[in-house]
Design a protein around this ligand. Sequence first.
Ligand SMILES: O=C(O)CCC(=O)C(=O)O
Ligand SMILES: [Fe+2]
Length: 289
Amino acid sequence: MKLNLEQIPREKTLSKKEFLQKYFKPQKPVVIERFIGDWPAYSKWNLDYVKEVAGEKEVPLYDDRPVKHDEGFNEPHTKMKMADYVDLLKSGPTKYRIFLWNILKEVPELQKDYSYPDFGLRLMKGLPMLFFGGENSHTFMHYDIDLANIFHFHFEGKKQCILFSQSETKFLYKIPHSLITREDIDFADPDLEKWPALKRAKGHIAHLEHGNVLYIPEGYWHHMKYITPGFSMSLRAIARKPKNFGKAVYNIFVMRHFDNLMRRLKGQEWIDWKNEKAVERTQKLLLQQ
Ligand SMILES: O=C(O)CCC(=O)C(=O)O
Ligand SMILES: [Fe+2]
């Protein structure tokens, strides 16, 4: 048995009005295939170009090791020069990813290559973020701390994206006081006997290719698997639903600090407790369904 995933609709292109009516208002994901044909990035951005403009930059890298108590929230696992990282990506499968790399701060000249599209939402101009991954690497299933609307533009290669709305959280073995699910679930090929609640979850799936943009509605869970090496840029717009906005404020100002404090106080015991709780809570909720 497999996860219950429906294909995310694909549009060749989309007007602002259609986007707002068909996708933003009902909070549904969509892939727009040919939206950025007029951006210089569309023809210029690939791994060789990144190596050329940012080769000397030191980049923070993440692999898929489980969260440890003595590592802070989103702390990188190693560092490397971008030129060496691009070589590594091209040499074969690697788990190393770059997560949340701020273009404005790191390589401002890349700003000339894209513009902020008018989807009818106010995009946060200070936070264009890049993400890189090697063949077969994946991000953990998570949602973003600010539950933003995300426009995820993909460059070079192929990427698989699995999404769940917040309404499915009860089936996903969410870790309390964090934004992730159990890290030992492989969402690309999950063991549904071991994680039976997943059979109940209804999700969405899409494959992105160069130049495609995926709209991820507010607070949606997302799991990205790089089928081939590549990178993406996310632009974000603040959560509009009061409930989501409230959660964002709580996560940023309370949850994150509470979790860091508990890691310092209780160490690995805190992490282990949260992992157990994730299973316990999901099983309990399942019985109530
Ligand atoms: O594609 C990735 O590596 C992660 C993207 C992501 O989590 C995001 O855009 O919020
Ligand atoms: Fe994310």
